[in-house]
Ligand binder design. Structure first.
Ligand code: SF4
Ligand code: SF4
Length: 219
């Protein structure tokens, strides 16, 4: 059995607790998936480690195999470059040996009764993250990037059974779940997408452009 992190609710006490549980299970992180069977867009873990099982729903290996695993295009950097919204908890920074020079932005009492100190990292111009290496277009923390960054994706690109997909639509359902539709792209289309994104084209524009070219080709 695998474990999918429950959806955030918009309540800080609960949502930061969820991130904390993801951190506690971090070494068993498999990837962030859209699971059509559960209509969940969520990080999935192979085991829970010290994390609280209450923060997860069980999913079968088959559900995961039938899911779409999110992909990040190396050299894109858009998540870190503009309005990153990146944050890290003090507990996590200490455990990972990450030195934070910012002042803490807030203290949040979590649903388990503990209190977490939260540091905002998106303090450069335009919301760029303090750990973003603009020249190399990479996170300077590498594998130590905050858990929230590790599990977060734009959701535009995915893979399944060795094939690449782009998201063509998505809508939130009343029960907090989400319905996402992906379309497969060819090797050539994928190469074009990667080229566009690396040259600075917004990921959604790149997806739209590929679909537009495909529609023209089909007429
Ligand atoms: S926008 Fe998508 S491809 Fe670009 S850095 Fe973020 S997750 Fe990766
Ligand atoms: S910590 Fe790293 S991955 Fe997260 S937003 Fe900053 S540069 Fe990007």
């Amino acid at each position: 059995m695998y474990y999918a992190l429950k959806h955030p609710t918009g309540q800080k006490a609960y949502d930061y607790w969820l991130i904390k549980q993801a951190f506690l299970a971090r070494k068993f992180y498999l990837g962030t998936y859209y699971l059509p069977s559960k209509k969940m867009y969520t990080p999935v873990f192979k085991r829970l480690g010290d994390a609280d099982p209450e923060a997860f729903v069980e999913v079968t290996p088959l559900e995961v195999r039938r899911g779409y695993k999110m992909i990040c295009i190396e050299g894109c950097g858009q998540c870190c470059e503009r309005n990153s919204g990146a944050v890290i908890m003090k507990t996590e920074a200490e455990a990972m040996g990450i030195e934070i020079r910012n002042k803490p932005s807030e203290e949040v009492k979590l649903v388990d009764g503990t209190t977490e100190t939260i540091y905002r990292l998106d303090t450069r111009k335009g919301g760029q993250c303090v750990f973003y290496n603009l020249r190399k277009k990479v996170c300077s923390l590498g594998k130590k990037k905050p858990t929230l960054c590790l599990i977060s994706y734009c959701g535009a690109f995915a893979e399944r059974n060795g094939k690449k997909f782009v998201k063509v639509s998505g809508k939130f359902l009343s029960n907090g779940r989400v319905e996402m539709v992906f379309e497969e792209v060819s090797k050539r289309e994928w190469e074009e997408i990667v080229k566009m994104v690396r040259s600075g084209v917004n990921v959604w524009r790149a997806v739209a452009e590929i679909l537009r070219r495909r529609n023209i080709g089909n007429k």
